[in-house]
Design a protein around this ligand. Structure first.
Ligand SMILES: *Cc1c(COP(=O)(O)O)cnc(C)c1O
Length: 492
């Protein structure tokens, strides 16, 4: 299968490339990205055949249907990383919370957030194809807390790839910071900066266009790639768990084969939701996809009004920071799939220059057939965390946003919902401990112990071990020093 450009071709980049090329160079003409030219189509027969398949068997057949240029043995090695999840035979447990609400838990990997679902196999695949081509890659990541740890974890000690991760010093939770600064592999560099996430992100964008920086990379024969979800190499792995979660409900006789469900996705960059959209297009019986946001509710506005409006908004810090995003990159792939490259180029161009675009009524109707959306304030999130805990379910503030969309977006109350849990409670313990006790918690460690006590759960070793691990990444600098610091690392 080929991958084509969401904004058409400008004559400088190739108009159609293979999967491995799309992984190594994810950006296309006019600032667009690569998207699949067509999608595989799964019949009921396919789903029936996989009713008792394990995760890896299903994953392999889904990937095979995409007909990607990655050899079978490498796919097997990449998928075997799911064996390191809590339960190798069931890496994505689907848990009943209410009669018609099931939560699919995407956080049972090494860094306890959903980023592992894709980044674990993706790291293996990217490093192997870089090795095979004899090329070296630098992955730059700016993180507010979950992508950084997951990217470091998947690339540590891998050949032909170096990772530099920028985080806002003081802007992440203790657990998230420790997950990064205790990583000590030679190919990893973690840099704290004095500033917020936007500073980290704009420093990174500046580097991508800096001549000094790019010349230095060229001199060292290093190319740049990206590990965020503009990279289709992540999205492909994010189609699988939607199918798996549905089959879990069929296996457990919650729905009959073919019966439609709602998917309910806590969204930021829209990579998770895009995986659900592709699953729907490939034949999964999905009635509608519900998009949950926090107070940064640009997506809710877009899906309810057709207006993508960034004119008078700035990021509002919330208790679900992984969703504190205004420019949601993967909406572009939805526009492309529904309306084609010309229209996508036009709309994204308007967003770049006017911070605004608006769909036509006919276009909006097509979007609303597939999606509905709502947002959840921090205060509502606290109430949902408490309510769920009363029925025995402990969840993170990102997952809580789904409970609002679950209440408001379902038009047909007879349809069951699969909501996605994107982080373990251990990553956001102060917010949860406060929700459950009404007390304030300054530090993660106290909050973790409090929750472990009242909920009678244990803290995953990947988290509890962090507090006694040696801090090996000690760099914390001003923005102006980043470029020199990275060059020093690349030359060491
Ligand atoms: C990344 C992340 C999200 C948002 O996912 P997108 O694919 O960017 O929409 C939600 N919750 C958590 C905990 C995350 O780490």
């Amino acid at each position: 299968m080929k991958f084509i450009e969401t904004r058409g071709n400008d004559g400088t980049s190739p108009s159609a490339i293979t999967f491995s090329e799309a992984i190594l160079s994810p950006m296309s003409s006019f600032g667009g990205v690569y998207s699949p030219e067509s999608l595989p189509c799964f019949s009921t027969e396919f789903f029936k055949q996989h009713i008792d398949s394990g995760y890896k068997v299903l994953a392999k057949d889904v990937l095979n249907a995409f007909d990607i240029d990655i050899e079978g043995s490498l796919i097997d090695e990449a998928l075997s990383l799911y064996d390191e999840f809590d339960e190798p035979t069931n890496p994505v447990p689907v848990v009943k919370v209410y009669e018609d609400l099931y939560v699919s838990e995407l956080y049972h990997g090494p860094t306890r957030a959903f980023k592992d679902m894709a980044l674990q196999p993706f790291g293996k695949v990217l490093s192997s194809i870089a090795q095979k081509r004899g090329k070296k890659y630098l992955i730059l990541a700016a993180t507010s807390g979950d992508t950084g740890p997951a990217a470091l974890e998947t690339f540590k000690n891998r050949e032909n790839v170096q990772v530099v991760c920028l985080y806002p010093d003081g802007g992440t939770s203790d657990v998230q910071r420790l997950q990064m600064v205790t990583e000590d592999a030679n190919n990893l560099k973690v840099i704290g900066i004095h500033g917020d996430f936007d500073d980290a992100q704009s420093a990174l964008k500046h580097l991508l266009t800096s001549k000094v920086f790019n010349d230095a990379l060229a001199k060292n024969h290093i190319s740049l790639s990206a590990a965020n979800s503009v990279n289709f190499g992540r999205i492909i792995f994010q189609t699988i768990y939607h199918i798996y979660s549905y089959l879990e409900l069929v296996r457990n006789q919650v729905v009959e084969m073919g019966e439609e469900v709602y998917l309910n996705v806590p969204s930021g960059n829209f990579g998770n939701a895009l995986g659900g959209y592709y699953a729907l297009k490939m034949g999964l019986p999905v009635k509608q996809i519900h998009i949950a946001s926090n107070n940064n509710n640009v997506l809710t506005q877009f899906i309810t009004t057709g207006k993508y409006d960034l004119r008078d908004v700035s990021v509002i810090p919330t208790t679900s920071p992984a969703m504190d995003i205004l420019k949601s990159s993967n909406i572009e792939r939805i526009l492309f799939d529904l309306f084609g490259a010309d229209r996508t180029k036009e709309l994204m161009g308007q967003l770049d220059s006017n911070k605004f675009y608006e769909l036509t009524q006919a276009e909006l109707e097509r979007v609303q057939k597939i999606f509905a959306a709502d947002y959840c304030t921090d205060k509502e999130g606290v109430d949902y965390i408490k309510q769920a805990f009363e029925v025995g379910y402990l969840m993170c503030p990102h997952t809580a946003t789904c409970f609002k969309a679950y209440e408001s977006c379902r038009q047909d109350k007879s349809v069951k919902t699969i909501a996605y849990s994107t982080a373990e409670w251990t990553k956001f313990s102060p917010v949860i401990a406060e929700a459950l006790t009404g007390e304030k918690f300054e530090h993660d460690l106290e909050a973790l112990q409090k929750i472990a006590d009242i909920a009678n759960v244990s803290i995953a070793p990947q988290i509890s071990e962090l507090f006694s691990k040696e801090v090996s990444q000690k760099t914390v600098i001003d923005k102006e020093e980043i470029e020199a610091e990275i060059l020093k690392f690349l030359q060491s």
